[in-house]
Design a protein around this ligand. Structure first.
Ligand code: NAD
Ligand code: DAU
Length: 339
């Protein structure tokens, strides 16, 4: 299979590229990535010299480029996105451009090329907050942040291309993903890297919002399975059933690093903060998907990776990173911007 993997220099996309080239010797991969702040070629160092891999720096919104690349492959796997909820609250336009318009450009190219598969990497956030129970794939989409609304918009276009043009598209809706190579803005890598530097761990609101954390390798295995054995036209949830709060994440990180609880800092809540996500993954389970890495082991490995790879994350925590950080976080006690 010849795959066009968009967003392949990001966190999950790069893990998927590495996994595909490792586990499918006959496959080749073209990565299309704009290399935004979240894209990082260091994530692809392990495959940089593999003759089956090629990198194209470019934008999924560039229809000419995407059309050319689509003609050279059999399938598109779309990871490219603006992915951070807090940034979507500050600048929604980037999210609508990449996550909605960019998805349209890819779908149009896949249709033109007559591809036999299109896989859209989506998120459990499209269901909106789930106060009780677990969302099945048939549950309505009720996104509540500009990020999740833009991901839902991308999915709506996928649904339209299936129905209108018979495009054999599959959607995966993964839950919160963690592991090595994750840009240190998401809670787990942010808390680990802050803790290593003795900085406070900023917990939104009362720290009680619940998320389900999935190791990046398990997420990639699920996407690979859906791509190769899923039914075109179907959506597949990926979750583990964990229910972990912000306070739980802080406690785990501090315990693994042997640091004091006093590093926990409660900050003003994220506007519209979804209280809970929870999906039912029975459908992908029926194809044989079982997450293999449990959270305690995955967290231990991840903390060790960030301790051992300071050269990977230190350069990322500078300049624009801290400017965003100062704008985004406000300690509850004073209401002043944090540093
Ligand atoms: P990420 O932010 O680490 O990486 C996104 C990648 O997309 C980066 O390499 C970036 O340079 C690239 N990109 C952004 N805009 C682009 C554009 N216009 N054209 C080409 N490339 C562009 O994201 P991630 O956490 O790896 O997430 C990957 C996908 O998985 C996203 O679609 C996201 O919505 C979805 N997802 C993420 C999670 C999670 O917890 N991280 C969970 C479920 C689903
Ligand atoms: O559910 C899947 C989604 O998970 C993906 O689609 C998104 O791309 C990904 O960013 C992630 O979204 P979340 O908003 O759930 O992830 P984040 O790591 O930003 O936040 C996780 C929880 O931790 C959430 O309840 C907010 C809280 N949090 C987060 C940060 C960054 C904090 O308390 N403090 C923080 O500094």
């Amino acid at each position: 299979m010849r795959l066009l993997i968009t967003g392949g220099a990001g966190f999950i996309g790069s893990a998927f590229v590495r996994m595909t080239l490792n586990e499918h010797p006959e496959d080749s991969v073209v990565v299309l990535d704009k290399l935004t702040y979240a894209g990082n070629l260091a994530n692809l160092e392990a495959v940089a010299h593999d003759p089956r891999y090629r990198l194209v720096r470019g934008d999924i919104c560039d229809a000419t480029l995407v059309g050319t690349l689509a003609g050279e492959v059999d399938v598109i796997v779309n990871f490219a996105a603006e992915s951070h909820v807090d940034r979507s609250l500050e600048a929604p336009g980037h999210f609508i451009q990449t996550d909605v318009f960019g998805t349209y450009v890819l779908l149009e190219a896949a249709r033109g090329a007559g591809h036999r598969r299109f896989l859209q990497v989506s998120t459990d956030e499209v269901y909106g907050e789930v106060r009780s129970g677990r969302s099945l794939e048939s549950a309505p989409m009720r996104p509540r942040s500009p990020y999740s609304a833009s991901k839902a918009g991308g999915e709506m276009l996928v649904a339209a291309y299936r129905a209108s043009f018979g495009l054999p598209a599959i959607v995966t809706r993964g839950c919160n993903t963690y592991g090595p190579h994750q840009y240190p803005e998401k809670i787990i890598p942010l808390f680990i890297t802050n803790a290593i530097d003795g900085l406070p761990l900023p917990i939104y609101g009362d720290g009680g919002a619940l998320r389900d954390y999935l190791h990046v390798e398990d997420h990639c295995r699920g996407i690979d399975l859906a791509l190769r054995h899923g039914r075109p036209g179907e959506d597949y949830n990926l979750g583990t059933g964990n229910e972990v709060s912000g306070v739980d994440v802080a406690d785990m990180v501090l315990r693994l690093l042997g640091l004091p609880e006093s590093l926990k800092q409660f900050v003003t809540d994220r506007p519209g903060h979804d209280r809970r996500y929870a999906v039912d993954s029975t459908k992908l389970g029926a194809l044989g998907w079982v997450p293999k890495i449990d959270l305690p082991n995955g967290m231990e490995e991840t903390v060790r990776w960030y301790r051992d790879h300071e050269q990977w994350w230190r350069p990322l925590k500078s300049g624009e990173f801290w400017e965003f950080y100062r704008r985004n976080y406000r300690p509850l006690s004073t209401g002043a911007a944090s540093s």
